[in-house]
Design a protein around this ligand. Structure first.
Ligand SMILES: [Zn+2]
Length: 348
């Protein structure tokens, strides 16, 4: 009997320590949000935004010996209409549903612009939002401090009531509103390093001083917005910061802009959460973009964002895939980002 009680004592003494150690190990891991259903958004033959973009990346992340032990793969469901309505009008959500579900196996263009949709696109777009809200939940619940959502379709061109530029629902903008609505987060930074300006995200938060939108992109280029003189309006004036780069600019301009322009304003804004619109179409050799960021450039950018996250946001950072049309670039650049976070976590 005495032995039995000694065993109970030992269990009660050691279990909390083990739980704390396990929880610390888990918080150092990174949540990757991906669902095979993302493949079902069919943009037709020869479209740059196709499912092949991310399949080799996911395969690599699941099998790379260093990465796989540092990643967790939470499952998630479709975002509710209420969650999508945090950003988009009910009329637009219904339009996407009706126009996609009436299609046969062929793809067509959404009537609001240049976004190709197929029969499953509405449901896949809802799941794409589900990926980012799950990433937010995992971080805010302390399961992890950082996450990467390989959402498809992408989102940063989508406005409140218009899909355009391969985007249906604005994943990152919904994540920001969801953070505010569910968790009461007061100040959110969105960093957008896709080669294109995220006109949708800018428009949604243009008069908002609780969400800071920073975009660095190629100019002149699609969609034409994002000039440095676009700084926000009303209470939001000064909370939008656009840096446009000429064709051919690379890591030097990218990193220098983050250091000289983003860091000083973040020392004033003090973001509590960082969302990253991670497009890889500014990578050298992309099929559409003409900037020349390297894999090491994405690593250096991550190091800078991690410093801001550590200083003000309890390390909370969620990367969300936007564009990028060379599968090898997406695989290598996202691995650079994930490895940079893993290295930082190990030195904390
Ligand atoms: Zn893009």
């Amino acid at each position: 009997m005495k032995y039995f009680f000694n065993c109970l004592l030992l269990i009660s003494l050691f279990q909390p320590v083990n739980l704390i150690a396990e929880s610390a190990r888990s918080a150092q891991r990174i949540a990757v949000l991906y669902d095979d259903e993302f493949i079902l958004h069919n943009t037709g033959p020869n479209h740059p935004e196709n499912s092949d973009r991310i399949s080799s990346t996911i395969n690599f992340l699941k099998n790379d010996s260093k990465l796989k032990q540092n990643l967790i793969w939470p499952t998630f469901s479709y975002a509710s209409i209420d969650v999508i309505s945090l950003v988009h009008s009910k009329a637009y959500i219904n339009l996407v549903k009706e126009e996609s579900e009436k299609l046969s196996e062929f793809s067509a263009k959404l009537s609001t612009g240049d976004t190709v949709i197929s029969k499953q696109s509405y449901q896949v777009a809802r799941k794409s939002v589900g990926a980012v809200t799950k990433g937010v939940d995992q971080i805010m619940e302390g399961v992890v401090s950082s996450a990467f959502a390989f959402s498809r379709p992408p989102g940063h061109h989508a406005t409140k009531d218009r899909g355009m530029g391969f985007c249906i629902f604005n994943n990152v903008a919904i994540a920001a509103k969801y953070l505010q609505n569910k968790y009461g987060v007061s100040r959110i930074l969105i960093v957008d390093f896709d080669v294109h300006h995220g006109n949708g995200t800018q428009e949604i938060f243009y008069s908002d001083n609780t969400v800071f939108y920073f975009s660095i992109h190629q100019h002149p280029f699609y969609p034409g917005t994002g000039r440095p003189n676009e700084k926000g309006s009303g209470e939001g004036y000064g909370y939008t910061l656009n840096i446009d780069l000429p064709k051919g600019a690379g890591d030097k301009e990218f990193i220098q802009s983050l250091k000289s322009q983003l860091i000083p304003v973040m020392d004033k804004f003090k973001p509590e959460f960082i969302l990253v619109s991670a497009g890889f179409d500014a990578h050298e050799n992309d099929l559409l973009g003409q900037l020349k960021y390297s894999n090491n450039g994405y690593k250096e950018a991550t190091d800078i964002l991690s410093i801001i996250a550590q200083k003000y946001a309890s390390n909370r950072i969620l990367f969300v895939l936007e564009g990028g049309y060379d599968p090898t670039n997406i695989k290598e650049a996202s691995a650079s980002i994930l490895n940079a976070i893993i290295s930082k976590n190990k030195t904390d």
